[in-house]
Design a protein around this ligand. Sequence first.
Ligand SMILES: [Zn+2]
Length: 245
Amino acid sequence: MKPEYTAHLTPWEYKVIAEKATDPPGEGGYTNHFEPGTYHCRACGAPLFESSAKFHSGCGWPAFDREIPGAIMRKPDFSYGMVRTEILCMHCGGHLGHVFEGEGFTPTNTRHCVNSSSIVFHPTDKQELVIGVPDFHHCQEFASRIEGVLSVECGFAGDGAHLFEALRIEYDPHQTSPVRIISTLVERTTQDLRRSDYWHCFVRDGSQTPEIPPNVSSGPLLRYTPASEEHQWFLRKAGIVRTQK
Ligand SMILES: [Zn+2]
């Protein structure tokens, strides 16, 4: 798998996603999780399953009776003396689990048996934060490791007069907040890069300014453009941030 998909994974998540290990069965992880939202690939962030497809199978792993069309690849798996069908993320090739048919659990007669370690849940009420940062390559890395942060994109945000390096962050409001995200970014950047030159919270038209740390300015977001693909996860592609195996 490409390093930009694996550098942020814990050693265990790497074992599951890149080396096809299996989470121990149990009631933990997402097995008994039934909130409204979407489950995404933990490696690349691609959406894989809607919460409406999730059902209780009693097998000890999260179970889905259908995938988001085109999100999943199937592959025959003859390991451990069994004949099974492996499922992988179509976008990055990360291992998800196996698919079983003909068990009669739900009308689709299909059970995608998925490792919690392979997926991340995005709630329906996830929020967005656009923030001008001093160095989007490093800040993308820092932000991706904050608990409750669901996705981070490098981009350029404008207040009408200038365009600034920025991050567009999606986060779970039940787990974190703009104050916590921005404070962590400011702290990491000051510590690791010895830079504290530019922090600005951009607010989309019609949205309220979130509560932000006192040393951070805010203003309207008049323009946002994602940075080109080469800027996304630049430090991973350049080999500066590596997978911890
Ligand atoms: Zn993926």
